[in-house]
Ligand binder design. Structure first.
Ligand code: ATP
Ligand code: MG
Length: 181
């Protein structure tokens, strides 16, 4: 057992080092990403997986200047980050519809994913971004506690922030925000 867990630990730290190299490479490989188009692409993906009205996108505000819809980033990584959040929203609500609000102006781009699932207990709220951490009410749902950790790494990589609001038994809202300086 001990030997096995040491091997697993070495494998994981190897993977982490590899991921770090990939991240360093990605920082150097950014290109302008149209965030509204990314969101429509993500929605098309979920139409196939969860059904036509499963992911409901609501455009709260669009900027006059199209350039305000773009941030320097990596398309595939942002796709993974969004999908992790949306996948959680479906999973922890037993596949109820998920809402996504989109807001962009001269100061920021904001995407908020809202579900009406089991919620996150207050005492777990600032722990769920840790690797392998799962909240106390999540154990009837499959998962290993890695999705949010990866998602936060990706968002931080592109200078964004993640904020979570949740009420146990009611639902969860997670906001991705990219500020313009
Ligand atoms: N939308 C949500 N509703 C309720 N709880 C959530 C939600 N999103 C995350 N959580 C809580 O945060 C924990 C960590 O989320 P994360 O995505 O990292 O793990 P997971 O979904 O359990 O597993 P994995 O993503 O590795 O498949 C979850 O186990 C759950 O307790
Ligand atoms: Mg997950």
């Amino acid at each position: 057992m001990l030997e096995e867990s040491i091997r697993l630990r070495d494998t994981i730290s190897g993977l982490m080092e590899l991921a770090q190299v990939d991240m360093d490479y990605t920082i150097a490989q950014q290109s302008p990403i149209r965030m509204d188009e990314l969101l429509w692409d993500v929605q098309a993906y979920w139409v196939n997986k969860a059904g036509a009205d499963a992911l409901q996108i609501n455009i709260e505000h669009m900027p006059d200047d199209e350039a305000m819809l773009t941030i320097p980033a990596n398309y595939q990584l942002l796709f993974i980050a969004l999908n992790n959040l949306i996948g959680n929203a479906f999973k922890f609500s037993n596949q109820q519809p998920v809402k996504c609000n989109f807001f962009a102006d001269e100061t920021a781009i904001r995407m908020q994913i809202i579900d009406s699932g089991i919620g996150i207990p207050k005492e777990d709220l600032n722990l769920v971004f840790k690797s392998f951490y799962r909240a106390t009410n999540s154990h009837n749902f499959v998962g290993s506690g890695i999705g949010l950790y990866v998602t936060q790494k990706i968002i931080q990589l592109f200078k964004g922030t993640l904020q979570v609001e949740s009420v146990e038994g009611r639902g969860t809202a997670i906001t991705i925000k990219f500020n313009r300086n």
